[in-house]
Ligand binder design. Sequence first.
Ligand SMILES: Cc1cc2nc3c(=O)[nH]c(=O)nc-3n(C[C@H](O)[C@H](O)[C@H](O)COP(=O)(O)OP(=O)(O)OC[C@H]3O[C@@H](n4cnc5c(N)ncnc54)[C@H](O)[C@@H]3O)c2cc1C
Ligand code: FES
Length: 370
Amino acid sequence: MQNHNKAALIDFLVTKIVCESENIRSFYLRPVRGECPEYTPGEYLVFELTDSNGKKIKREYSISNGSKQQLRITIKREDPPLQSPDLPAGVMSEYFHQQLQVGDSLIAYGPVGKFKLQSSARPVVLLGGGVGQTPLLAMAHALAEQGTRATTFIHACENGAVHALGAEITALKQSFKLLRSYVCYANPRSCDRLGSDYQSSGFISKEILQSLLVLDDYEFYLCGPGPFMQAMYNHLQQLGVDDGRIFYEFFGPATLLKKAAATVEAVKLPVPTTAADDSQPGTDSASPLITFSRSGFAVPWDPEFENLLEFAEEQDLMPDFSCRAGTCDTCKTKILQGQVSYPDEPMALPEEGYALICCAIPKGSISIDL
Ligand SMILES: Cc1cc2nc3c(=O)[nH]c(=O)nc-3n(C[C@H](O)[C@H](O)[C@H](O)COP(=O)(O)OP(=O)(O)OC[C@H]3O[C@@H](n4cnc5c(N)ncnc54)[C@H](O)[C@@H]3O)c2cc1C
Ligand code: FES
């Protein structure tokens, strides 16, 4: 499905809740009015909730399948980390798992996102770790509908207890003969069956990828936890896959993949006396100066970068981020001097004096609280 509509707030009714594994559930959402918005596989919906401290939180959930009548999202319950069982469970996932009932209504914003199935004729490899498979499931369904592109669905998870929607991929293979699948369990249980439930144990290695993928011009779509993504990206780099063929989405804060592969030296200038002063040596009006005030240095803006977040990361700074698409507010940063503009408009503009740096670029020299 191609998305030609601008994302909007949609009233949904929960029509079905399905337990997919020990910690993953699917939620089927039907719009209260009209049909579902069109979406491109890979896009997500944004939900907002007020937490126990009265703070509004937003979380993104990928559409894992959909039709004109309803959209499906698939959510993992985020339990406290094993080493700190006294911490609270994840706010939004707990709400979906523990409170939301069939017949309840809820509002979502979307569909939105930059991680999208490209329209090309190339063979596709979908590489998902844990619940990161959700946008890839939507892609697999769309590819099955097209029926023309060879597709390899590779999924890694802990074991059969948390393996969700495996049967859906198996069923899809019946109608979509160009689809192959491969499952890897990190720690299979004794009841998990090698050869039918999963194909190998441990982690997905470069050698596994090499054996599965005969030489071809694949498009790779990666989604999963940070370490999984980093490992897959490194394998693909070592196998000589072009960066332009790798598309990815993180489900939450993570470091940038490309950064680890190649560290680029930035030319750093001392912080100017007047933070947003275009007349500093080494700069001209065509290259505004970005002052990272907390870090104590300034660098001329490079318009090759899509936004200030990417530019800051290039300088080895690690601002918080989640969606990287202007929907979650995680990257909200104080602007101490100067102004920004938004080539891609965020879901909502932050309050005066702040910027969502994942979608902002400088309007002249600026000083930011990083
Ligand atoms: C584009 C995008 C798409 C996504 N799609 C999906 C999807 O399809 N399915 C899905 O399941 N997720 C998806 N996510 C992730 C999702 O948006 C949420 O980040 C996830 O559900 C966790 O949110 P939460 O509110 O439940 O947890 P949070 O409240 O954010 O908590 C996260 C973790 O932190 C722990 N914690 C709580 N307090 C503390 C503390 N003080 N110190 C340390 N740890 C603490 C919690 O126990 C929990 O394990 C997606 C994310 C993005 C960016
Ligand atoms: S990272 Fe989500 S709004 Fe910027």
